[in-house]
Design a protein around this ligand. Structure first.
Ligand code: TEU
Length: 578
């Protein structure tokens, strides 16, 4: 049997460089700060780290607007610092992924500056330029279509100098590349991919990996939000006609840059994709990606029309959307990921657990950890998730700094008024799902004022004051019952039972309709796993399957008495039968 790929069994820890650890006391996290904490990560049981963009950038979208792929942003350090970090990670037996952002670039990238300089510039076609659809009565140019930027407003920006629009899926400062242009692709690969492979990275997290190929002709999008002048493109800009061809080209380039020994991990942030497409992206013989993030479960509770309009959801919605990421793997040679947090989401304990008391916060943090380690797919943990970090509480709208929040707030308050119901509803959504909840400086200790994140200048962003209540690494390291120490035990248990937990198949929900109990079985050879998780504040009865003799194997609470089939609030139990 061939040796399995390292990345299928790895636990990958995602680091947001701005907020992880400040080593030079300028109020910003940095690469040397990350290096100083590798021991903490190794001790947690991390096999691989993924660092969000640390490249030269005007920081309009926290570094996803990259101006130079081959240069470290000076606030994060120098190129020597990242090379030292890569070798230190390797010397500690861990691996490192960097973020690969090639759907768009920064408007300060020299290529875009050339492209916008004239309609006949050789790089004009490297970006998506289009003539206006026409002009309105006042002579104002009309965008080529009605697509909405993820950050609000039109996806088209008019360039007065050359009298054409350019396309941007996200901020105005992030012009999308034209992947149809082969010269552009070659330059992107050489600079953003080749450079980092030559400097020893073990792979890439591939940003917005489903949107390189847009539907031909760029037709108007259907009206999904009648209250908005512009409409999300949805499937018109996602999983497009040439997307698999483009990933094959990029994968082929990567393979040409390394010797066969290194087994790269490429994880695509695809957003949403049906079962067929998830296989097409990740099938072992497809030559595209190793695995992908399917973000369907990240979308529950958010209205399809506008993500900040909250809608009710049930545990059944959570079960089914989460399973959308891994049920399809069964019987294929594709692969997937298991995750509940990242830098674009609110904290999972606040969204799917109960953060209203210290006890329910810790219990639900452990329950979500138990769920994740029992799932098929590569496991991703986001910084602070291991501590049971929760959303920021009682913040005013002006405390939020995320461009997505600020743009949408400006548009809504200008349209409806600062005291309108629309603004009240928007703020309700911000308090639950804002990306900022995951971007506050990491709480290393209970030390005031900045939780050990920095000893110097005021941090670039507000601290989540709950670090004073014990939600910080130093206090949790000392407490055997902390969420952190539970995660350590949980990752050890996953490693010790990786056959059934990671490679297990025939996943079956038990009592799917139960809106408090998340229960399932999965198999591996003669082994069967039975999981029972209580997603509620009440004691909850469950039934052990009778067809096998299950033994308690792992859980969030103390060893249950034989035949004890009542789960306490937020209690999770895993049983094994041979
Ligand atoms: O996110 C792309 C993306 O589609 C989702 O994560 C989400 O729609 C986005 O966060 C807006 O809500 C990637 C990065 O993860 C994100 O941080 C960047 O802001 C985004 O691309 C654009 O650069």
């Amino acid at each position: 049997e061939t040796k399995p790929e390292w990345w299928k069994e790895a636990t990958v820890y995602q680091i947001y460089p701005a907020s992880f650890k400040d080593s030079n006391n300028d109020g910003w996290g940095d690469l040397n700060g990350i290096k100083s904490k590798l021991g903490y990560l190794k001790d947690l049981g991390v096999d691989c780290i993924w660092i969000c963009p640390f490249y030269e950038s005007p920081q309009k979208d926290m570094g996803y607007d990259i101006a130079d792929y081959e240069k470290v942003w000076s606030t994060y350090g120098t190129n020597k610092d990242i090379f030292d970090l890569i070798s230190e990670v390797h010397s500690m037996g861990m691996k490192i992924l960097v973020d690969l952002v090639l759907c768009y670039t920064s408007d300060q990238n020299k290529w875009f500056k050339e492209s916008r300089s004239s309609t006949d510039n050789p790089k004009r076609d490297w970006f998506m330029w289009k003539k206006p659809k026409g002009y309105d009565k006042s002579g104002k140019p009309i965008p080529p279509n009605n697509w909405r930027s993820f950050f609000g407003g039109s996806s088209w920006e008019y360039d007065k100098k050359t009298k054409e629009f350019y396309f941007h899926t996200f901020t105005v400062e992030q012009p999308d590349y034209n992947w149809e242009n082969a010269e552009c692709r070659a330059a992107m690969f050489e600079n953003a991919v080749g450079y980092w492979l030559r400097h020893g990275v073990d792979g890439f997290r591939i940003d917005v990996g489903g949107m390189y190929s847009k539907v031909a002709g760029l037709p108007d999008a259907p009206i999904t939000n009648p209250k908005d002048e512009y409409q999300m493109a949805g499937e018109l800009s996602q999983n497009g006609p040439r997307i698999h061809e483009y990933h094959k080209l990029m994968h082929h380039y990567m393979m040409s840059q390394i010797d066969d020994k290194r087994d790269l991990l490429t994880v695509g942030e695809i957003g949403t994709a049906d079962d067929k497409n998830q296989f097409l992206y990740t099938g072992a013989d497809r030559g595209e990606l190793s695995e992908m993030f399917n973000c369907k479960h990240m979308g529950i509770g958010k209205s399809p029309a506008f993500k900040y309009d909250m809608v009710p959801f049930t545990l059944k919605d959570f079960k089914l959307t989460l399973a959308d990421s891994f049920l399809w793997v069964n019987g294929t040679n594709g692969w997937s990921t298991a995750f509940l947090e990242n830098h674009d989401q609110g904290r999972s304990v606040s969204r799917f657990g109960n953060d209203s008391t210290p006890e329910s916060r810790a219990a639900s943090g452990k329950l979500l950890a138990t769920l994740l380690i029992a799932l098929t797919g590569t496991l991703y943990v986001y910084q602070g998730q291991e501590l049971g970090c929760v959303n920021c509480k009682g913040w005013k709208i002006s405390d939020f700094e995320d461009i997505e929040c600020r743009n949408n707030y400006r548009i809504i308050s200008e349209k409806y008024g600062k005291d309108s119901q629309e603004v009240v509803d928007f703020k309700k959504g911000v308090d639950i799902i804002s990306r900022d909840h995951s971007r506050t400086p990491f709480p290393w200790s209970s030390e005031k004022p900045y939780a050990g994140f920095t000893d110097g200048a005021k941090p670039w962003f507000k601290i989540n004051e709950l670090f004073k209540t014990g939600i910080n690494a130093a206090d949790e390291i000392k407490d055997p019952n902390s969420v952190l120490n539970f995660w350590k035990r949980a990752l050890k248990f996953r490693k010790a039972n990786k056959d059934i937990l990671i490679y297990g198949y025939d996943f079956e929900f038990i009592d799917l309709e139960n809106l408090k109990l998340f229960s399932f079985t999965k198999k591996y050879g003669f082994k069967t796993l039975f999981a029972a998780l209580n997603f509620s504040d009440d004691d909850l009865k469950f039934t052990l399957p009778e067809d096998k003799s299950f033994n308690f194997a792992f859980g969030t609470h103390s060893l249950p008495k034989q035949f004890d089939t009542v789960l306490r609030p937020w209690e999770a139990r895993l049983y094994l039968a041979e």
